[in-house]
Design a protein around this ligand. Structure first.
Ligand SMILES: Nc1ncnc2c1ncn2[C@@H]1O[C@H](COP(=O)(O)OP(=O)(O)OP(=O)(O)O)[C@@H](O)[C@H]1O
Length: 660
């Protein structure tokens, strides 16, 4: 046939070799397995050999046709061998796992036998999507081996596995009590600083709030509708930063009010309320802040009064909702008191008993506590307070003992698993403590959040405000004085006294001097409200921006950000609040129309239509952003609308603005 076609028989050999090589390469790439590979190679050899032979001789005789027929028949009969089936790998145990994880499974079975003397079966190995570790699911043997036994070996297992510094093995429950999941981190994600995600959009306290990330990048947080939180850590370990994370997360909840109790001079609160003191927002983002002992007692007494009042007054509401738990809402918000440096607070016996009483009675009535302390020991946190706390957090420090004091002993955790400031262990309702990193948050970001939260946070329901009494009504005057470095014993002139009480002169407000009486249970000592009533004249509730400037340069800020004359309770329309959140997320005060529309998931026309009723429209003058000169929106217009809007009011169009 070679003569007839003028083809050299070498081409037959070349085609055979090329086909075989191709089969090997493709087979290796797709992991076809040895049987399929041998079958395919056999086919190439048979077909290639026949072709070469016929090129040398001729196909036109009975022998070559018989050989062709026998070859084709054999290939057909053996064809099932050439079928490619998905590759599986059977490991010791019952389950099938992917081949790259099989080795890990066998390693961990051997390790558990070596370190814990427990013969387990690995049933699954799942690599984390972040690539920073993996979960090993193991089946415990029968005969009384428990999860707790494995837990106590967590540190030894991490050492045996030669995990990098800062990485560890967490032992958590599996689908049933006979299984355990070992969460093995292989990259020290805790060593990476994570900033608070710039999302200040409205949310609810009925869902968990988040303050950081676990090692596998899951969000770290807790549901704080009912559970109180205890955060312990040495100085500089990141407690205040964590409380700031919680303040942002809770501030975003439209059914929660944040109160701060910081006896170290109010450092926790200051970055929040500067925007209010400077007159940039009409409402204080933090509903009440107590920077000293006297104010702290007023606050806690008011909180207890609210809780007791709610217990008695909202029975019908609970019945209507068929719920034992007070149904919180923007009209009936939870109050969460964040106490920075609780040790200072519990040094004072009266404050301590107020805190304890509130913690005992406030759960159902949605008056909750988040407390930080230097140590989780009974000298700094009363035993009962710790016992009543469902969410416990211990920040990083040099002493492993602190973990024992906080979570109990032999939990298989150690400080080596953490990575310094801002990292800690969190345990929710007695669960195995998990290492996490708290979001880092800097003052500029708190200010951004404060601008939004000042407009989206709820007001205390009227009934609770009445129960909280005069101390609550007049809190802003005292906060203003305390946070602008005014001496609270100084006389603060009241510019509204004359206007509100015609016929009287603009009398100065008497100094507030509260005497705190020592000793006894909360109900045995003097009512701080009565003291406050005796020593202070009631003042109207007004915006800080309307008060006389004390020692701050607020005039310039007021010129830049004029605020309405009086502080009126009002609600910000959701579209305005969402847009403000988009500005904050973008970290800018001006956004092009397309950018804002994209951020809100609307078309530009829909956006313009939605904002028009509030008098907001794109600015006439285009502005440059990211190299493009286009028309867009200015945050200032949203602030004006947010501050000016009251329910039922008819907002008019802002002069100078036109719709898209
Ligand atoms: N989550 C974090 N990420 C990165 N750095 C952090 C984090 N938390 C805290 N830090 C760093 O640690 C420093 C101290 O933090 P912070 O003031 O929150 O600690 P603290 O425990 O409240 O201290 P103190 O008890 O002295 O008030 C911060 O200035 C910051 O540099």
């Amino acid at each position: 046939m070679g003569d007839a076609t003028a083809l050299d028989p070498l081409w037959g050999g070349a085609a055979t070799v090329t086909g075989m090589l191709g089969t090997v390469v493709v087979g290796a790439h797709f992991d076809h397995g040895p049987t399929a590979l041998l079958y395919r190679l056999g086919c190439w050899i048979g077909a290639g050999g026949w072709l070469t032979y016929t090129l040398i001789t001729t196909p036109w005789n009975l022998n070559t046709f018989a050989a062709l027929g026998v070859g084709a028949l054999t290939a057909g009969l053996l064809s099932p061998l050439g079928r490619v089936t998905p590759h599986t790998d059977r490991r010791p145990g019952t389950a099938l796992v992917l081949r790259q994880n099989a080795r890990i499974g066998i390693e961990w079975e051997n390790r558990l036998l070596r370190v814990c003397r427990i013969r387990v079966t690995v049933t699954d190995v799942v690599t984390w999507p972040t690539g920073t570790g993996y979960d090993v699911q193991v089946e415990l043997p029968g005969g009384g081996v428990t999860r707790k036994q494995v837990e106590s070996y967590a540190e030894a297992l991490a050492t045996d596995a030669r995990l990098p510094e800062g990485c560890g093995v967490e032992i958590v429950g599996g689908p049933h009590r006979g299984t355990v999941v070992l969460r093995v981190s292989t990259v020290n994600r805790l060593a990476q600083i994570i900033t608070y995600p710039a999302d200040y959009s409205p949310t609810t306290v009925l869902e968990p709030i988040y303050w950081g990330e676990y090692t596998n990048a899951d969000p770290a947080g807790a549901l704080v509708r009912e559970e109180s939180v205890l955060i312990a850590g040495k100085r500089g370990s990141g407690k205040t930063t964590l409380l700031q994370d919680a303040s942002i997360a809770l501030g975003r909840c439209t059914d929660n009010l944040v109160w701060h109790l910081d006896l170290n001079g109010g450092g926790l609160t200051q970055p929040w309320i500067d925007v209010w003191l400077d007159g940039r927002v009409a409402r204080c983002p933090i509903d009440w802040a107590a920077p000293n002992l006297h104010e702290g007692k007023l606050m806690l007494s008011a909180a207890i009064a609210v809780a007791k009042h709610r217990k008695a007054s909202y029975r019908q509401l609970k019945r209507a909702h068929n719920s034992n738990l007070l149904p919180v809402s923007p009209e009936l918000p939870q109050i969460t008191i964040l106490v920075d440096e609780g040790a200072q607070a519990v040094k004072d016996r009266e404050l301590e008993s107020l805190l304890s009483e509130l913690q005992n009675i406030g759960r159902n009535e949605a008056v909750n506590l988040i407390i930080s302390a230097l140590r989780p020991t009974s000298d700094l946190i009363p035993v009962n307070m710790k016992k009543q706390t469902g969410v416990r957090i211990q920040m990083h420090g040099p002493d492993d003992d602190e973990l024992g004091h906080m979570f109990g002993w032999n939990r298989g955790i150690c400080m080596d698993q953490l990575a310094g400031k801002g990292t800690g262990f969190a345990s929710l309702d007695g669960s195995v403590p998990r290492p996490f990193r708290a979001y880092n948050v800097l003052p500029a970001q708190i200010e951004q959040a404060a601008l939004i939260i000042a407009t989206t946070r709820p007001d205390l329901d009227a009934a609770s405000a009445e129960a909280a009494g005069e101390a609550y009504d007049t809190r802003y005057q005292r906060m203003y004085a305390a946070f602008t470095d005014l001496d609270t014993t100084e006389e603060v002139p009241d510019p509204y006294a004359h206007a509100l009480n015609p016929g009287t002169s603009s009398a100065p407000v008497p100094a507030r001097r509260l005497t705190v009486l020592p000793g006894g249970r909360a109900d045995s000592w003097a009512d701080p409200f009565a003291l406050a009533r005796r020593t202070s004249t009631p003042l109207p509730v007004v915006s800080a921006a309307d008060w006389p400037e004390p020692r701050r340069q607020v005039a310039r800020a007021r010129q830049l950000h004029p605020v309405p004359a009086a502080l009126q309770p009002h609600q910000v329309p959701p579209i305005v609040a969402r847009a403000m959140a988009a500005f904050a997320a973008a970290g800018t005060e001006r956004l092009h129309s397309a950018e804002l529309a994209d951020a809100l998931g609307m078309s530009q026309t829909e956006l313009a239509d939605a904002l028009r009723p509030y008098g907001i429209g794109p600015r006439e003058q285009p502005f440059k952003r990211r190299g493009q000169r286009l028309r867009g929106y200015d945050l200032e217009d949203f602030h004006t609308a947010a501050e000016g809007h009251t329910p039922g009011s008819q907002p008019g169009a802002t002069p100078g603005h036109t719709a898209v």
